[in-house]
Design a protein around this ligand. Structure first.
Ligand code: MG
Length: 452
């Protein structure tokens, strides 16, 4: 059987591998699988209405009700699925990819993204085409839910506290990347009490402000805006607002792993203890900061659905990914950009220190990412042989092989999407990290040369 879902759902270039035919067929599979009403939403991409309509046709053709939420952040759809009686959710989005991309994310009845068995169930229906051919009187209805965004905004304001930012609230530049963050995030931060300067807040799927991946390069004008209005912090969302990154009042871009460490450490400190869940690829700064605060870290395989699943099973205090996708379990078990923005803004308002000063307390590391070409069919054997060559006491095989040494760590894992073995190395400085990566890469390369 083929594989439809990557690490984060189905994604591709519109008109090439992301077509209305695919959306229709996946809609038929979701409608067959869901056994109840499916909430459907889109980000702001120009191809969104086309793909949504195909998806809705598929869902209703299988006898399920399709409920249109309109344009909404991915976590807003997930929140409504969990809080109301929807059986599943489907979101037309390509997250941070350029405007020519689109995709479909699915969530189960509790609002979480499907993990292994659930993905296999949907894929089986999709590839076997085991959909019903229903008569006219069994086709599912189509309706609308106009309250998805408001329901979500109210939940975050309730969780963080309305008008609780004090007499001297922070000034925040909020960059919505012309995506669905604009429907909710500036408004939520204003309700908390912040002075908000919103940019790129109008929905526009051609992304006139900048591409929707919140990288330092794409955020040059956001950083300028933070400096121009003398803001306390800047916040920039990705294309479906399930994650965001921060900029300090001094105009410094904050890498996602440092935000993860900051929030996780503060959560543990407030609670005196607690478990934090993150993928094996996360920076050591997360474990260091969490352990310094009295907590523990548990590593998972790469992918936010797996992090959320382990958090639920282990009743973790907090979790997230190094790309700035943070999961607040009291709110919901999925990455949530606006919740992250609200929590960090409140944390900055509550502290005497600036965001930059708080981040200074987190140990610094440098990560080097490389790869080795490797045919898909050789990946298992390459990984097995590489594992046999590793000579170290502290090894984690949750996802690939992660080796901890006194000078840093290396991780070798097969790419889930490309014919590559990925090689990561992290150490206190770049030179040391590059040295570790070079050795691991050479080891992997020589095994690939033998096997492939
Ligand atoms: Mg995203």
């Amino acid at each position: 059987m083929g594989e439809l879902f990557g690490t984060n759902g189905v994604r591709g270039v519109v008109g090439d591998d992301m077509t209305p035919e695919l959306a229709l067929r996946l809609g038929r599979a979701i409608g067959t699988w869901s056994e109840g009403p499916v909430l459907v939403g889109t980000d702001t991409r120009t191809s969104g209405p086309m793909l949504r309509d195909a998806l809705v046709a598929g869902i209703t053709s299988a006898g399920a009700e399709a409920v249109d939420a309109g344009v909404a952040p991915t976590p807003a759809i997930q929140y409504s699925v969990e809080e109301t009686d929807y059986a599943a959710g489907a979101i037309v989005t390509a997250s941070h990819n350029p405007p020519e991309f689109n995709g479909i994310k699915v969530c189960t009845g509790d609002g979480t993204e499907p993990v292994n068995d659930e993905v296999a169930d949907i894929e089986e229906i999709y590839f076997d085409e085991s959909f019903p051919d229903l008569a006219w009187d069994s086709v599912g209805p189509r309706s609308e839910d106009p309250n998805v965004v408001d329901r979500y905004a109210d939940a975050i304001v309730d969780e963080v506290g309305e008008d609780k930012l004090g007499d001297d609230p922070p000034t925040v530049v909020v960059d919505c990347a012309n995506g669905p963050a604009g429907t909710v995030s500036p408004d939520v931060l204003r309700r908390l009490g912040a002075h908000v300067v919103a940019i790129n807040a109008q929905p526009d799927g051609s992304f006139p402000g900048h591409d929707s991946e919140p990288t330092p390069e794409n955020l040059a004008s956001t950083i300028q805006a933070v400096e121009a209005v003398d803001a306390d912090l800047g916040i920039a969302f990705d294309g479906d607002a399930d994650r965001c990154v921060f900029i300090t009042g001094e105009g410094e871009y904050v890498p996602g792993e440092r935000t993860l460490a900051l929030v996780a450490g503060a959560m543990v400190e407030n609670n005196d203890e607690g478990l934090v869940v993150t993928p094996v690829s996360s920076s050591q700064c997360v474990a260091d900061h969490v352990e310094n605060a009295g907590g523990e870290v548990e590593y998972t395989a790469v992918g936010s659905p797996i992090v959320a699943d382990v958090m639920q099973q282990r009743r973790a205090l907090f979790g997230g990914e190094e790309n700035g996708g943070l999961i607040f379990p009291d709110h919901q078990y999925c990455r949530d950009g606006t919740m992250t923005a609200a929590w960090v803004t409140k944390h900055v308002a509550d502290n005497d220190e600036t965001l930059a000063e708080m981040l200074d307390e987190i140990p610094g590391y440098r990560l080097v990412k490389q790869s080795v070409d490797c045919p898909d069919e050789a990946k298992d054997e390459v990984l097995e042989r590489y594992t046999e060559t590793v000579d170290a006491d502290d090894v984690d095989t949750t996802d690939g092989v992660k080796v901890f040494r006194s000078e840093g760590w290396t991780l070798v894992r097969p790419s889930g999407t490309e014919p590559l073995m990925r090689v990561y190395a992290e150490a206190r400085d770049h030179e040391q990290a590059a040295k570790l990566a070079k050795h691991a890469r050479a080891d992997v390369q020589s095994i690939v040369d033998e096997v492939a």
